[in-house]
Design a protein around this ligand. Structure first.
Ligand code: UTP
Length: 280
């Protein structure tokens, strides 16, 4: 019923220059696995196995990562190094991958609109791979939690988390009416507010489920902040009809689009997953 997930991976990743001059930000590894693979694994585990990438110039390594490398397969086949390919082989077996290009980088909303050709007229997930989400022990991953909420409400869902006052200016922030613990009907949203203007401490992170009417809305959405087409503006239009829910997810999220968050995620994954043999 919901089986597609869009990965906008067109951004320049300027905060990681010079590392991202020729390498896509999404291919930077957290310990031994590229960021984008964590996101794709989360999506497939949630039942969203049709993966659509909205790429840009210089992002070919992402397509290669999810394709067979015959030389490599041949070289290590039957050796004790084969185990290192277990996770990517699993992802490639379970997922179906398609790609389109965002010709100009005009913002997240613009990237999602570019993905319409891969999605069509179905509800779909969106993962921003630079937000790395680690579920609670034995808990569902964040996208799987959102799919459950979607099954109940059948409207657009944004994942939110509580953030401290002095960080709120980095996020889209919701104003919502709490329906039950951790679930809000969104009344409005503000992109990167000053702390005194923030309507709540609930910040939107890079996991969404969107209904396909978002494409028509995005088409009619004029460029907003930074002259970019903002997904937040399109979600505001949906929210006016009462059809956006915010879900306070369970788990830990790292902002791997920033150097600090990336290093924190690396330390966490090394200590909590890799050393315990849970990072393949
Ligand atoms: P960011 O603004 O965090 O990513 O966009 P960026 O532009 O790559 O990073 P910096 O700020 O220059 O370091 C959030 C997400 O939206 C995608 C990015 O790839 C990222 O996953 N995006 C953003 C696009 O796909 N296209 C765009 O035009 C803008």
């Amino acid at each position: 019923m919901i089986r597609k997930c869009l990965f906008p991976v067109g951004g320049y990743g300027t905060r990681f220059l010079p590392a991202t001059k020729a390498l896509p930000k999404e291919m930077l590894p957290i310990v031994n696995k590229p960021l984008v693979q964590y996101g794709v694994e989360e999506s497939i585990e949630s039942g969203l196995y049709e993966i659509g990438f909205v790429t840009g110039r210089g992002k070919r390594a992402i397509a290669d990562h999810f394709d067979i490398s015959y030389e490599l397969e041949h070289q290590i086949s039957g050796s004790d190094k084969e185990k290192y390919l277990t996770s990517i082989r699993h992802v490639m077996h379970e997922g179906v991958f398609s790609f389109t290009r965002q010709k100009e980088m005009k913002g997240l909303g613009h990237a999602i609109l570019a993905g319409e050709t891969l999605i069509g007229t179905e509800p779909f997930g969106v993962v921003l791979a630079d937000d790395l989400c680690i579920p609670e022990a034995d808990g569902d991953n964040v996208m799987a939690q959102m799919v459950k909420v979607f099954k109940q409400f059948r409207c657009s869902i944004v994942a939110v988390m509580e953030v401290p006052e002095d960080e709120i200016h980095k996020y889209g922030v919701i104003e919502g009416e709490e329906m039950k613990d951790g679930l809000y009907r969104v009344k409005s949203m503000v992109e990167k507010p000053k702390k005194e203007d923030a309507p709540s401490n609930l910040a939107v992170i890079g996991r969404y489920i969107l209904t396909p009417d978002i494409f028509d809305i995005l088409r009619d959405t004029p460029p907003g902040k930074n002259d970019e087409i903002q997904l937040t503006d399109a979600l505001m239009t949906q929210a006016q009809d009462g059809v956006v829910m915010a879900y306070r997810f369970k788990g830990t999220r790292f902002d791997c689009g920033s150097v600090e968050g990336f290093v924190e995620a690396t330390n966490f994954c090394f200590e909590e997953l890799y050393k315990k043999g849970n990072l393949t």
